[in-house]
Ligand binder design. Sequence first.
Ligand SMILES: O=C(O)CCC(=O)C(=O)O
Ligand SMILES: [Fe+2]
Length: 319
Amino acid sequence: MQNPLPGIPLIESPLFATWLNQADLTADERRIATDLHEKGYVVLRFPDPDIDDRIDRIKAALGPRYGIDLANPDSDKTIGERRIQDAWAFDADVKAIAGNAQLLALLAKLWGRPAFPFQTLNFPVGTQQDAHSDSVHFSSLPERFMCGVWLAMEDVGPDAGPLFYYPGSHRWPVLGNALIGRRGFGSDLSSAQDPFADAWAAMCEAQGAKVETFLARKGDALIWCANLLHGGSPQHDPRLTRWSQVTHYYFEDCVYYTPAFSDEVTGDLLLRDIRAVNDGRPRLNQYLGQPLRSKGGGAPSGRPSALGRLWRGVRRALD
Ligand SMILES: O=C(O)CCC(=O)C(=O)O
Ligand SMILES: [Fe+2]
């Protein structure tokens, strides 16, 4: 298909059905594409024959860093540090999971652009995080070129604080400050998601959205679309662990930024300095093949920007 809408991920495109009809996909890839399109998430077995060994090694390597008494079945596991960000930088197994070639090829096929991991999070217990869309933390221009892959590193029961989500919520508007009537650039927040919580709750109620929880088996992976509303259920039993790894992915040839601290309307963007986990190379903030010249976007391209108002605003804000 000659795609006339390359600025929308294929699995989120209004042209999805046309693409699916003629795309060269296996039966399982078709199921994955359809679930992502309709529900905003999909569950699959993590495509790595060594995953059990990797999980064992990650638990052994990261376990002592959380300050939790993991050896005692009755200890409270929810105290102390509950996550390690970017363990890929020192742990080869975390990095291998994030950079899994089969997964990267799958994401590229489904989104229509090459994918790359840019952040890992390793959790020993549930996050108990409120419902949110990752899009307020890290988004792209064009939007929706981001996804999360959540890997269960053990079986997760209902008392261990399973992942939850609202199927179909990925189709709702991607919330940014303009939509909730707030200025974000230069603002100070303890949590980037707080200003959006009322709007998400109101949409859930008005749409009659039904929450689902993911009672995962070890080695299950769940891919969520950029705008799917999700979070961590309360962990009812603090003695349990809930080992998991989340890898966040972006796609090539985009501007990468933090919407909670940006005002797109005035061109004030908090750009991200992105480095791909798998190859260690920076990904410049770019648009249609041309890098933006800015402090937040990596090395200057040396070329005058064609982005006009947007780019001038970015530079003014960052200088
Ligand atoms: O694992 C969870 O409970 C949620 C994690 C999450 O929201 C994220 O990493 O984006
Ligand atoms: Fe999230």
